[in-house]
Design a protein. Structure first.
Length: 151
């Protein structure tokens, strides 16, 4: 016996994502597509809307790539490290910088800063305090996410 025997409709995975009613999704579901997680959320007007955010596996991959690069190049000059990190962040912001994904971009910047500090902290036995890291970030700032418009 299954649900169809009792008169319940059985939907395939693809159809489940397309079920929409006047009050929003039939069953709030998420799926990943091209590095984004597509999900339901409320718009500023309070209505249901399809939203996107960076998929968690892509977010972790980006952070892991930054960490591996910082580990391998921690003894290079700070100016070069900052330049390459900014290139990596700019590329990520360029692809994932979509409306509704702002929080994930700022989270990446936060964690990239922590990862950079972690590997700079390991360059010497005395380490690097966060006060010193904040001074370093004033001299060698990392790129901040910018608003992106879709044309």
């Amino acid at each position: 016996m299954n649900a169809a025997d009792h008169g319940a409709a059985v939907f395939t995975d693809r159809a489940r994502h397309a079920m929409i009613t006047d009050k929003g999704p039939y069953k709030p579901a998420t799926f990943d597509f091209l590095g984004f997680t597509i999900h339901w959320g409320k718009s500023l007007a309070g209505k249901w809307a399809v939203k996107t955010r960076t998929a968690s596996d892509r977010f972790q991959r980006a952070l892991r790539g930054i960490s591996q690069w910082c580990k391998a190049h921690r003894h290079e000059p700070l100016e070069r490290q900052q330049h390459v990190l900014n290139l990596k962040l700019r590329g990520h912001y360029g692809y994932y910088g979509r409306p509704g994904n702002r929080a994930r971009l700022w989270t990446l910047l936060h964690w990239a800063t922590r990862v950079w500090w972690r590997w700079l902290h390991r360059r010497s036995q005395r380490g690097l305090s966060w006060a010193a890291m904040n001074r370093l970030l004033k001299r060698y700032p990392l790129l901040k996410p910018t608003a992106v418009r879709i044309v």
